[in-house]
Write a protein that binds this ligand. Structure first.
Ligand code: SF4
Length: 389
């Protein structure tokens, strides 16, 4: 295989045409299961030889069909995802798994199920607290998911197969973290734009192919002489999702984005699933407790009646402090998709937390359209000027 079809080039190709590999696999009799959010436990699909395929929004696609089913003042990412489905872009899927990661996703899933006709559709109800009862409930939901998958495939989800799948996905998480180690240097060895392409490629490939892609990419990046240009700002972007290179390039025109804290970046790869005796318990624990998304309500101490604000902020955002220090980040952008309530409600507290650790930050809201990029550029440039003085 020539270097043209490996590593970063291959990731870029898959990023630009993310359904191509899934369609090839389908032609070879594999079953492809879509999922719209990183909270779906893809290990359970992999263990049953199903191919998980993330159904992402496409910012360049004007929303026309979703207006039939969703109001305009609604999460534009979900409107766009549904729009793509209604236009038949996901018709190659054999099934779909949605999850209650937020209310817009739950509402969209109901509509998605009734307007499309995949052979399999399953909705996982996910609690929003990290209390022990919530974990128990979520484990029950994963058990229900197991039953419908077994009925659909006609196969048993054995503990051995699940263990092997968990190990492969944990390996993928470790490789993504290794890739992020390469943004610690100044200039970084790999750009935020390139990482967006790699991460999006991973979510449209079987896990073993994704792990090969990561291994190739890490080897290539470590060896290459030309690094991204060094910029005066080293940014962390905190967002629900940042999975489009056009958005990333708005930031990287003036800064090095060394940490993409969203589901298009490091968020789904920071932790690992523990191999507990009951495999579903390890999965439930990882997805409920370890993924650091605003959709989950974290209490500093269970049962407390008066909040200690500082402790509360630490339990919600403490994970960012180490990254800010280790990656020498000198600015944080809180990038909000309009009508995204889970993330919008976190912004005042996150701002307080970042102030408390002395990191400058700014807040930018946009509507997930290409028309929003020009005003976004002006805001980004103004912020970078203030932190580069
Ligand atoms: S978390 Fe926010 S951006 Fe993501 S689907 Fe929910 S409302 Fe939309």
């Amino acid at each position: 295989m020539s270097d043209k079809n490996k590593g970063l080039n291959k990731a870029r190709e898959i990023y630009l045409d993310s359904s191509r590999r899934a369609k090839e696999l389908k032609a070879a009799d594999k079953k492809i299961i879509g999922y719209p959010c990183v909270y779906v436990p893809v290990e359970m699909l992999t263990a049953l030889d199903l191919v998980p395929y993330r159904t992402c929004a496409d910012m360049k696609e004007p929303v026309t069909e979703a207006d039939r089913a969703l109001p305009h003042s609604f999460c534009p990412v979900m409107r766009n995802c549904l729009d793509c489905a209604l236009k038949g872009k996901n018709d190659f899927l054999d099934g779909m798994v949605a999850i209650h990661s937020c209310d817009p996703q739950e509402k969209t899933a109901r509509i998605w199920e009734s307007y499309t006709h995949y052979p399999y559709f399953h909705f996982i109800d996910m609690p929003i607290t990290v209390r022990p009862e919530a974990l128990e409930y979520f484990k029950g939901q994963l058990n229900d998911f197991r039953k419908t998958l077994e009925a659909f495939t006609g196969k048993k989800l054995s503990a051995d197969k699940l263990e092997a799948a968990i190990k492969s996905h944990n390996q993928q998480r470790a490789l993504v973290r290794e890739l992020y180690e390469l943004t610690k240097s100044s200039p970084p060895h790999v750009s935020g734009t390139e990482i967006v392409q790699v991460v999006k490629a991973l979510t449209s490939l079987p896990v073993a192919e994704g792990n090969n892609l990561l291994t190739e990419t890490i080897g290539e990046v470590k060896k290459r002489a030309a690094r991204p240009e060094k910029k005066s700002a080293r940014l962390l972007i905190w967002s629900s999702t940042l999975d489009d290179t056009d958005i990333m390039q708005v930031f990287e025109a003036k800064a090095n984005v060394v940490m993409n804290e969203s589901c298009g970046g490091v968020r789904a790869y920071r932790g690992e699933v523990k191999l507990t005796a009951d495999r579903l318990e390890g999965l439930a624990d990882y997805y409920l407790n370890e993924i650091t998304c605003a959709r989950t309500f974290r209490q500093a101490a269970l049962g407390e009646t008066r909040k200690d604000y500082g402790r509360d902020l630490q339990s919600r955002f403490g994970y960012l402090k180490g990254a800010i220090k280790d990656w020498k980040i000198n600015g944080v952008v809180m990038l909000l998709v309009r009508y995204c309530d889970p993330f919008a409600f976190e912004i005042p507290s996150l701002k307080d937390y970042l102030n408390s650790i002395g990191v400058p930050s700014t807040y930018i809201e946009y509507d997930y359209t290409t028309g929003a990029l020009a005003p976004m550029r002006t805001r980004v440039e103004a912020f970078i000027e203030t932190i580069s003085q």
